[in-house]
Write a protein that binds this ligand. Structure first.
Ligand code: UDP
Ligand code: MG
Length: 318
């Protein structure tokens, strides 16, 4: 009875683990993670099976039998890691978690960082995320592309926080999860969404770790499309393209006119072509802007996200 009551007061933390063809890695993950489940908290682990074709689901079920903290959720097909994280977070709210931790199953997100994350959480941070100190040991080409992407992304979207190697590995307070779930973007770029929703953040750095078993599920093509998605969803990048061309043709037009005046020899057909191109690019720029406005409305992202308020106290007092 006493223990039960004690347990009620404990904060409930849920770990969300997306898994795609991970039959080899789940046992390693389980053996490692259980070492870090601090007994001062009420733990659950939700393994999300993202349409695996191997024995991932069977293995998940075996662990669920053995350990009541182990839960699973299985997709009808592969929807991608973003969808798996979303589903896991939604499930963590269904079981009334106070906070959620997202991590990969391959132990590239070291469970040994969890105590540090919990410490930051208790200090009042609401979004604690992990990032690589450096990419020593990682595929150099992938590391170079990743660095280039973060630089371009930070420049275009003005999101400096996400820059340089932030992982999906993080601890999220319930408020952050609720805000995150309100963003219904179909094509999700989770790292951009975290920046968009805000809240008090802390970064924890760690050294690159190799996958414990199995192979990466992210091909270069998939990563490239994902990078473009991030830029598309969190900037107005495509609006800049006609704008840049409009400025270029504007200078060309100016040059042709000045050149004609100085040389007393106007090339009217070149000037007409410049003017026509200029009008065309300005029109395109406005069409792109209109499309962004329509997109923003269709995405239906919230106008604001609340952290704290005492407004409800008025109702409670009455
Ligand atoms: N993953 C997933 N769905 C996918 C691809 C990957 O749930 O379509 C999971 C995968 O099982 C792993 C995590 O996402 O737990 C990260 O994938 P991976 O290790 O292959 O990526 P990398 O670390 O090489 O970037
Ligand atoms: Mg990995």
């Amino acid at each position: 009875m006493y223990i039960e009551r004690e347990k009620k007061r404990m904060k409930k933390i849920t770990i969300i683990v997306p898994c795609y063809n991970e039959e080899e890695t789940i046992p390693y993950f389980y053996d490692e993670i259980v070492k870090y489940l601090d007994s001062n908290y009420d733990w659950h682990i939700i393994l999300v099976n993202d349409g695996s074709k191997d024995k991932t689901l069977e293995i998940m079920k075996e662990y669920a039998e053995k350990d009541k903290r182990m839960l699973y959720l299985s997709f009808s097909r592969n929807f991608g890691k973003e969808a798996a994280m979303y589903a896991g977070l939604e499930a963590s709210m269904k079981i009334k978690s106070d906070a959620a931790i997202i991590m990969d199953v391959d132990l590239q997100d070291p469970p040994s960082l969890i105590p540090e994350m919990l410490k930051a959480y208790e200090e009042g941070y609401q979004h604690i995320y992990a990032k690589h100190k450096n990419r020593k040991g990682a595929n150099p080409f992938k590391a170079m592309c990743s660095l280039a992407f973060y630089k371009v992304y930070a420049f275009i979207t003005k999101d400096k926080q996400m820059a340089k190697g932030a992982r999906d590995f993080c601890l999220l307070d319930k408020k952050v999860v609720e805000a995150f779930l309100k963003i219904k973007d179909y094509e999700r770029f989770t790292k951009g969404i975290y920046h968009y929703v805000g809240f008090k953040k802390k970064c924890i750095e760690f050294d690159y770790v190799e996958r414990v078993a199995g192979t990466t599920k992210w091909s270069f093509k998939k990563l490239f499309h994902y990078a473009l998605l991030g830029i598309r969803e969190f900037s107005r990048f495509y609006e800049y393209i006609p704008k840049i061309f409009a400025w270029l043709t504007f200078f060309l037009l100016g040059f042709d006119v000045i050149y004609g005046i100085v040389k007393h020899n106007m090339n009217w057909s070149a000037i007409r072509l410049d003017a026509f191109m200029l009008l065309l690019f300005i029109t395109l720029f406005y069409i792109c802007r209109l499309i962004y406005e329509v997109r923003n409305q269709v995405q239906n992202r919230p106008i604001y996200i609340e952290d704290e308020s005492n407004v409800d106290e008025v109702n409670e007092a009455e």
